[in-house]
Design a protein around this ligand. Structure first.
Ligand SMILES: [Zn+2]
Length: 528
């Protein structure tokens, strides 16, 4: 922890759109004064640089990111076609090094491929027929594997679809390699040799630099039990091994059920690394046509997948209420969203300082649904993302009706009507590499432009200051981080120094902004 007076800066305090200061003081890691540089003498001269509160990524997947250390990234802009996907998988260092070595990739997104389709097992067989090969889709709701992996998992034409999942099949009824939702692909993942516990901790601790060079001082893991039944222990071990950002963990509901729904101790839900709530997945994803919708997908009678029941929702809320933590609900489709908002809207909120129920992402949010959320006695929050429409424009354009398109990712409406709203990355479950580059996300929210320049409903654009509040002062209402999100007396002296003034540069250049320095509790922890 450090102390110091910092002067001659353009300090965005995170308390409001127009709130700037030019100096601040930190004593023993805590901000003690914020004001005008003219009122003080001495101090560290920041040369007029723009300063923001340390950034909060309230919806991310650090444990998934750590678990992908052995996988090759197959995200755009590096991979843009089926052919380049297969070429990329062939770069896996374990290819040709023994039949027990798994060839793993993540992040394919067929929506932009000129071939216009997902890979099949036959495509992946061209990478290897003797080693198991699989590649996760960008949203992590599905994956495709080769014939060898299907054999190892014992999946044949006679294998029925598991409840809440689907096994892709070709015209002749043979599995085509596609496995949709965890219910279908967990049996495959369970066959991989797991990393040793030390390796798992080291991989997670190794993400410290990843976050700090992006200015991220606190991160929430919305699938914390992905690789371990005891994420708190894993993250606290990683903290001891050098992971410095705060971490708020949301175990998956089905994993809590499997563990017998243990109640939390005070120690579990306090500190810099803590259990923050439980994550319940109600449906799939639009880009995969598995989001649970009122209207059937164009050209089909398919309404997507419901992956949790009303009993699950009620039981998850009861557990969270009893334990004083949040429920985070993944509900993509309009039917899934109404189901949750109507089901919980008239109940009493149980947390005083932040949203009791977090809605994940909000790709489609009609004005009627926003009205319902705003009028509810339940305190709902929404962590949305701009990187999705930036990266996956093609699949939204194809799968959404014009009416749906008009209410997709209504970031301005969230900002205006839902106090606990935030922008976040969903890293690495997105269709873009480096999705947790905050300034890429801010640029997309400000311009409402996809990566190819396509217009994505400009009426829902926000200003730079609004977008940054959704990463700082407003985001803190969404996840139980301690003392971060504002540069205010009493808060941690955690802040970032930028290499240019994000508030005045042309919006098209916002994604070029780089974090020059990151400070945590008054100590510099990153310098470019
Ligand atoms: Zn996610």
């Amino acid at each position: 922890m450090g102390s110091g007076l910092f002067v001659n800066a353009k300090v965005f305090t995170g308390t409001g759109e127009e709130d700037f200061a030019t100096a601040f003081r930190i004593d023993d890691g805590i901000v003690t004064w914020v004001g005008d540089a003219a009122d003080v003498t001495g101090g560290t001269d920041l040369g007029g640089a723009t300063v923001l509160p340390g950034l909060l990524d309230v919806h991310s997947h650090p444990s998934m990111l750590a678990s992908l250390a052995g996988a090759v990234s197959c995200l755009p802009p590096e991979v843009y076609s089926l052919t380049s996907l297969l070429d990329r998988l062939r770069t896996h260092p374990d290819l040709g090094r023994g039949q027990d070595r798994w060839i793993e990739g993540f992040g394919f997104d067929e929506s932009g491929y000129p071939e216009g389709r997902k890979p099949t097992r036959h495509d992946l067989d061209s990478v290897s027929t003797t080693q198991p090969v699989f590649v996760r889709r960008c949203d992590s709701h599905s994956m495709v594997c080769n014939t060898r992996a299907l054999q190892l998992a014992g999946i044949t034409r006679d294998t029925p679809d598991p409840e809440g999942g689907r096994i892709g099949r070709d015209a002749a009824g043979e599995p085509d390699g596609l496995l949709v939702e965890r219910a279908a692909y967990d049996r495959l993942l369970a066959l991989r040799p797991p990393p040793g516990p030390d390796e798992e901790v080291a991989r997670l601790a190794g993400l410290d630099a990843h976050f700090l060079e992006r200015g991220i001082v606190a991160v929430a893991d919305l699938m914390a039990t992905l690789t371990t039944p005891d994420p708190l222990r894993l993250f606290r071990d990683a903290e001891r091994a050098g992971l410095r950002p705060q971490a708020a963990l949301y175990p998956m509901w089905q994993d809590l059920v499997a563990a017998g729904l243990p109640d939390l101790t005070d120690d579990d839900r306090t500190g810099r690394v803590k259990i923050a709530g439980v994550k319940l997945v109600m449906d799939g994803a639009y880009s995969d046509r598995t989001a649970w919708t009122d209207e059937a997908y164009p050209g089909s009678c398919d309404h997507g997948l419901q992956t949790a029941s009303a009993d699950d929702l009620r039981a998850a809320v009861a557990w969270a209420r009893r334990n004083g933590v949040q429920v985070a609900v993944h509900a993509m489709g309009d039917r899934a969203l109404w189901y949750v908002v109507d089901g919980l809207g008239d109940e009493q909120a149980w947390l005083a300082e932040r949203a009791s129920v977090r809605l994940v992402r909000g790709p489609l949010f009609s004005p009627e649904l926003l009205d319902r959320v705003a009028a509810a006695t339940m305190e709902f929050g929404v962590a949305t993302h701009s990187v999705f429409f930036f990266a996956e424009y093609g699949s939204y354009a194809r799968n959404l009706s014009p009416e749906q398109f008009a209410v997709a990712y209504p970031i301005r409406s969230f900002y205006e009507r839902v106090p606990a709203s935030a922008l976040s990355s969903d890293t690495p479950a997105t269709a873009w590499s480096d999705a947790d580059d905050v300034f890429l996300s801010v640029r997309a929210a400000v311009l409402r432009e996809a990566h190819d320049g396509a217009d994505f409903n400009r009426a829902e654009a926000v200003s730079v200051a609004q977008a940054l509040l959704l990463y700082t002062g407003r985001a803190r209402l969404l996840a139980p981080f301690e003392g971060v999100g504002l540069i205010q007396p009493g808060f941690e002296g955690s802040f970032v120094v930028l290499d240019r003034d994000v508030f005045t540069i042309p919006p098209r250049e916002i994604d070029r902004v780089r974090v020059q320095e990151t400070w945590l509790r008054g100590a510099q922890v990153f310098r470019r």
